[in-house]
Ligand binder design. Structure first.
Ligand code: DX5
Ligand code: ZN
Length: 208
């Protein structure tokens, strides 16, 4: 299971947090981008901080209108750009846009959104991000309802030979990680469990 570290909620300032993440063996940095429209929270421009990042980027766009963000983030050459299924925009157009830039495309799903709505896109995407909290804030409690969704996605993937990775985001710590591992997730995002500790690597080892 790969680990992607979110720096949304940290005991350290952004540059120090990214430096500490760089010094671990985590697989990705998870970048939470919020517009105060799709979610009730706003992130300042993170791009200047991310220039010092030495890990591949897994960018989570919690925004109603992702196009301008896709165009801004493409310069950082992220590995994944993930948009939300719940936005009122043309999802296929946005996925194709991301892929045309040579970036892997993901779809994120809020806790209340059923897997069925994802089905038309599953054959074309590289990543599914299952939200295990309501998007918008770090440090929330893990919602076990995500586990059934993960299991369904594993089944659909095996049955149809799909290529997407299954990622889970929110409330992952040394306890909840056991359940998502059992559900056979490929990757997990963890934020406050890692970035509110002194020794980031020690927390990552606990997740592993
Ligand atoms: C929630 C974000 C998550 C979150 C993860 O809106 O998408 O990435 O910050 O942080 P923890 O691990 O603290 O839930
Ligand atoms: Zn996130």
């Amino acid at each position: 299971m790969k680990i992607s570290v979110s720096f949304l909620k940290s005991n350290y300032d952004k540059l120090e947090t990214i430096k500490k993440i760089n010094n671990t063996d985590c697989d990705y940095i998870h970048v939470d981008v919020m517009d105060n429209i799709f979610v009730n929270n706003y992130t300042e421009d993170l791009i200047p901080y991310l220039n010092s990042c030495k890990k591949p980027l897994d960018v989570h766009l919690m925004v109603q209108d992702p196009l301008e963000y896709i165009l801004a983030y493409k310069n950082l050459k992220p590995e994944y750009l993930t948009i939300h299924l719940e936005i009122d925009k043309d999802i296929s157009f946005l996925l194709n846009k991301i892929k045309s830039l040579g970036i892997k495309a993901g779809i994120a799903l809020n806790p209340q959104t059923p897997i069925d709505k994802l089905k038309p896109y599953l054959k074309d995407i590289d990543l599914v991000l299952i939200m295990s909290v309501q998007p918008g804030l770090g440090g929330q409690k893990f919602m076990p309802s995500c586990l059934e969704k993960i299991k369904s996605l594993v089944e659909l993937k095996e049955k149809n030979n799909y290529k997407y990775l299954i990622n889970v985001d929110g409330g992952i710590n040394d306890i909840t990680v056991k359940d998502v591992k059992t559900a056979q997730v490929d990757m997990c995002v963890s934020g406050s469990f890692i970035c509110q500790a002194e020794d980031f690597q020690k927390q990552i080892n606990l997740l592993k």
